[in-house]
Design a protein around this ligand. Structure first.
Ligand code: HEC
Length: 126
């Protein structure tokens, strides 16, 4: 009985330490629920986030690697390769957005160059 009480206390301490660590390192926060200001987005990036919500969010999570209809886009440009295996750079991401890829519809007609640039600047913050 006594042994049980001690390990329970230890477990509680471990849990406390783990949650403090998670808090300190900012893990466990959900960027999708944060405001543009909390994310530190500039005006262009926040315009891009708006476009993402309108045109991409139905199929892609911005802050998760889990797939929705398309692959999650978390850390899109911080990885070497896109899910398709193409290099993760502006050229191929723009090409995907403008011309579509597989089941992803082309968006070129719906986006002006300005809106495309705004969107790209936001995607670079992921
Ligand atoms: C109707 C659903 C849908 C919408 C809307 C959509 N996508 Fe996609 N997206 C997909 C699917 C499905 C794939 C996987 C395509 C494949 O490789 O076959 C994909 C793939 C991608 C990829 C990976 C490309 C690669 O080379 O691996 C990127 C980046 C991407 N989408 C960005 C976007 C952005 C940015 C938007 C908004 C402008 C958007 N998508 C809108 C469904 C969608």
């Amino acid at each position: 009985m006594k042994k049980g009480r001690i390990s329970c206390k230890r477990a509680a301490l471990l849990l406390l330490a783990a949650s403090l660590l998670a808090f300190a390192t900012g893990c466990g926060r959900d960027p999708s629920k944060e405001t543009d200001a909390q994310l530190g987005l500039n005006a262009q990036q926040s315009a891009g986030r708006q476009i993402f919500q309108e045109r991409c969010a139905a199929c892609h999570y911005a802050y998760s690697s889990s797939g929705l209809k398309g692959p999650g886009l978390k850390k899109l440009f911080r990885k070497k390769f896109l899910p398709s295996g193409l290099p993760a750079n502006d050229r191929f991401v723009e090409q995907t957005v403008v011309s579509g890829r597989g089941m992803m519809p082309a968006q070129g007609d719906a986006l002006s160059q300005q809106r495309l640039d705004d969107l790209m600047s936001y995607l670079h913050t992921l």
